[in-house]
Ligand binder design. Structure first.
Ligand SMILES: [Zn+2]
Length: 483
């Protein structure tokens, strides 16, 4: 820069300086992304560096390498002075890796577990506006596959563990970080969280866990809610089968496997499970009513006050919205259909598959009986076709919600702390199933109308990254109560 401004263009140094800064910002900011890394505190710089390293390792579940990512995070911890015994990198299959690290406290209380998955869903360069496996900073955002889901949490947990170590922090309980693989495929090969629970339960055993699943919602840039996911519905599927002796289609009879099944499915379509609230959905409805006001608030309050008759107007209105309907009750819906074997033969077999999402903590056995009652035809045989991962809701206890509420008010004033139940499933269900209460809570703020996780040009706000990192640093300190 000095060379240029000393040249014949030196009479316009201001203009040139602007040009140079713009050029440098373009070269470094757009191409390499360290603009955010300038003017950072040492701890912000550390978080940024760990994050950049992690998102730039391709960890697509089927084709990437979570073992390399787990090893890289392990190496950072060892370099920061963590003992070999406290940093474990496991590779249960080629290219698959899990990391478990422990920051030791006084042992006065049972450990806290911080969980993040390091695998990501696929992303192709052709679909994206940029390379999905480079950390790009642009327009106030960090772009990369996994930038929000879930490498923000993974990087923040690692960077903060190093920060605690550097400070000589002594918590009252051990702080365990587990970075796991295969969450994006629901750990179907049992190489991620299930592998850790089965083979190294002792290393990850904790009083409770923090995981992904709840973040801060911004509306027009203002924080309106800070979610805590405490429970998930239980997924369970059934086959409905009707058998018949069949015959020639030229001689039809009234007793037809397809008709019987169709009639049963029509009865199922008209049926709704009874309204059933739990601690989380009650709190969710109460606080949503506070936030929203109007007709919606009136309907939610009617249900909260015990008006749960499905024919009542408030319940009917809420049930018409798929999101609220899923919070109100167990649902079962037909998703697959098959029947007959030839166009000129009466069907000997007709089957449908039905997927149910059962309210957590409710007995699943009753669902099959309900289906049989609603189908109302003993020729329709109902068979359970998969095994549920049962998970009771994690309690909204004061020693967890208290510190969250206090700290949230400091970081995002006015945002309502909102307990939520997921209608879908995350790996939190495996932890809850294993008796470790789990709270989905990231401190990562994003616009409520924008969801790019799993989509193209996944991104998070740069400001949200640094705020969220500091929030998690402080929250884990508050929850681990040392000095
Ligand atoms: Zn995720």
């Amino acid at each position: 820069m000095r060379d240029v401004s000393g040249s014949s263009f030196g009479r316009r140094p201001g203009f040139l300086a602007v040009l140079c800064v713009a050029a440098l910002a373009w070269i470094y900011g757009v191409a390499f992304g360290p603009a955010a890394a300038e003017g950072l505190t040492p701890s912000q710089k550390l978080a940024f560096d760990v994050y950049k390293e992690l998102v730039e390792i391709n960890t697509v579940t089927a084709t990437g390498d979570t073992a390399t990512a787990a090893e890289a995070m392990g190496a950072r911890l060892r370099a920061a002075g963590f003992a070999e015994d406290d940093v474990h990198v496991f590779s249960p299959a080629p290219h698959k890796g899990n990391l478990v690290a422990r920051f030791r406290g006084t042992g006065a209380r049972k450990p806290i577990l911080l969980v993040a998955h390091i695998d990501v869903v696929p992303a192709s360069r052709e679909d994206w506006s940029m390379d999905p496996f480079k950390l790009i900073e642009q327009d106030g955002y960090f772009y990369a596959r996994g930038s929000g889901d879930d490498k923000f949490m993974a990087a923040s947990f690692i960077a903060n563990l190093i920060r605690y170590k550097q400070e000589g922090y002594k918590p009252e309980r051990d702080i365990i970080v587990a970075l796991e693989t295969d969450e994006e495929i629901l750990d179907r090969d049992a190489l991620g969280i299930q592998w850790l629970l089965k083979n190294h339960r002792d290393l990850i055993d904790a009083e409770f866990a923090l995981n992904e699943g709840g973040g801060v919602g911004l509306k027009d840039g203002k924080p309106i809610r800070n979610s805590v996911q405490t429970s998930e519905k239980v997924s369970l599927s059934y086959a409905l089968t009707v058998k018949n002796k069949g015959g020639h289609s030229a001689l039809p009879v009234k007793d037809n496997a397809i008709y019987r099944l169709a009639a049963g499915l029509t009865r199922l379509a008209a049926f709704s499970f009874p309204v059933s609230l739990n601690e989380t959905t009650r709190a969710y409805f109460e606080r949503t009513a506070q936030m929203e006001g109007g007709q919606l608030a009136d309907d939610l309050r009617a249900v909260l006050s015990g008006q749960t008759d499905p024919a009542s107007v408030p319940v009917a209105r809420l049930s018409a919205n798929p999101s609220y309907n899923a919070q109100l009750r167990t649902t079962c819906v037909a998703t697959m259909l098959e029947g007959g074997s030839a166009v000129n033969a009466l069907p000997q077999l007709a089957t449908a598959k039905v997927n149910c999402r059962i309210m957590p903590g409710e007995p699943v056995d009753g669902v099959k009986a309900t289906l049989e009652r609603v189908l109302a035809d003993d020729q329709i045989v109902v068979t359970q076709i998969d095994q549920p991962t049962l998970s009771a809701p994690s309690a909204l206890s004061d020693n967890i919600i208290g510190p969250i509420t206090k700290l949230s008010a400091e970081f995002w004033p006015g945002a309502v702390v909102l307990p939520i139940m997921s209608a879908g499933a995350t790996d939190g269900s495996y932890l809850r199933n294993a008796g470790i209460p789990t709270y989905g809570h990231s401190g990562l703020a994003g616009d409520v109308g924008e969801s790019r996780a799993h989509g193209r040009d996944e991104r998070i706000l740069v400001k949200s990254f640094f705020d969220g990192d500091e929030y998690l640093y402080r929250l884990v300190k508050a929850l681990s109560g040392g000095q």
